[in-house]
Design a protein around this ligand. Structure first.
Ligand SMILES: [Zn+2]
Ligand SMILES: [Zn+2]
Length: 329
């Protein structure tokens, strides 16, 4: 099979011809149709995250058709269309797993990081961690729901019932979250990179009532803010923008250092928290909700072999919505 492989963090991905994976116990073999490109992939490729699998196939927003079943796999049938998210496995026995917080499991397996992902023609995945996908979405448009959508949704839940919601960094996740937030009757304030006029327009087209650059204060205090950009300097900026009792949610897996800040910014029962990974429950909830809104995903398609180009476009902030590798061979 054709695959894009990370041989050493810091290097570009290499196009290789590999044997397709053999599905293990409780695994399905998927013919990959599409795989969205997430900012986390960029952190994995750059070596920002510790100990990736050696000779890794990245990609954790996989849409594929079941073409094979491993021993004991029976949840799905050949031909079913499934989605594979970032959480590829958890131990099921630790205190986190047993308290509906499998996202925090110490022995969790992460797709396209600790196990191979979807930048390839085939992928194997634990059937217990796969999702059926809403029919309303074609393969490429369904792919961004699997991380941008899921993690975005988990971040939105973590923001509580904020009526005035700030989103810092308006990429794949924010363009989905803004649509969900609007549907729930919230008002969305979008913050983009200074000078990014197009980004502001894109945000207003996707549900933001106001868009400005991240150095600006919002026109009124916010009840919560979600930071999608991997920029620690945004934490004090977002704290300054939220009202007393407000929450600032850091939604990324990696962030540059947070600068020292005066306690007065946190005072007034403001909360700073992170969101880590996802639970299967987040997935079931969000994938049921998305077609009812309906969430529309804006995508830019790339062929598999141009995965490096997609990653660079993401790095430069050039992608409006989500970059997706279209893989049907
Ligand atoms: Zn566990
Ligand atoms: Zn992701």
């Amino acid at each position: 099979m054709r695959a894009m492989v990370l041989e050493r963090p810091g290097d570009a991905l290499r196009a290789l011809d590999l044997a397709p994976p053999v599905p293990g116990p409780r695994q399905v073999l998927l013919q990959v149709r599409a795989c969205a490109v997430c900012r986390t992939d960029l952190h994995v490729v750059d070596g920002d995250l510790p100990d990736p699998k050696t000779r890794l196939i990245p990609g954790h927003e996989i849409v594929g058709r079941v073409v094979g079943l491993g021993p004991g796999a029976g949840r799905f049938e050949k031909g079913d269309r499934l989605g594979v998210p970032w959480l590829g496995g958890s131990c099921g026995a630790c205190p986190f797993c047993r308290s509906r917080r499998e996202n925090l499991c110490d022995d969790a397996l992460f797709t396209g990081y600790r196990i191979d992902g979807g930048y390839a023609e085939y992928a194997a995945a634990d059937e217990r961690f796969c999702f059926r996908l809403p029919e309303e979405y074609d393969d490429a448009r369904a792919a961004p729901l699997l991380c941008a959508g899921l993690i975005g949704y988990r971040s939105l839940v973590a923001a509580g019932d904020a009526r005035r919601l700030g989103l810092y960094g308006f990429g794949a996740a924010a363009h989905i979250v803004a649509q969900v937030a609007r549907y729930q009757g919230r008002r969305v304030f979008a913050f983009t990179r200074p000078g990014d006029e197009q980004g502001g327009r894109f945000a207003r087209d996707h549900g933001a009532t106001w868009a400005g650059d991240s150095t600006q204060a919002p026109p009124e205090p916010l009840d919560a803010a979600i930071i999608f950009a991997p920029v620690g300097a945004l934490v004090p900026i977002a704290l300054r923008a939220v009202a007393k009792g407000g929450t600032v949610v850091c939604a990324g897996i990696h962030m540059s250092d947070i600068p020292a800040l005066p306690y007065a910014l946190l005072w007034g029962e403001r909360v700073v928290r992170s969101v880590a990974n996802l639970t299967r429950r987040d997935g079931e909830e969000f994938l049921a909700l998305a077609p009812r809104i309906p969430v529309r995903t804006e995508i830019r398609s790339y062929p598999l072999e141009r995965a490096n180009e997609a990653l660079e476009a993401l790095r430069r902030g050039e992608v409006r919505g989500a970059a997706v590798l279209s893989i049907s061979g």
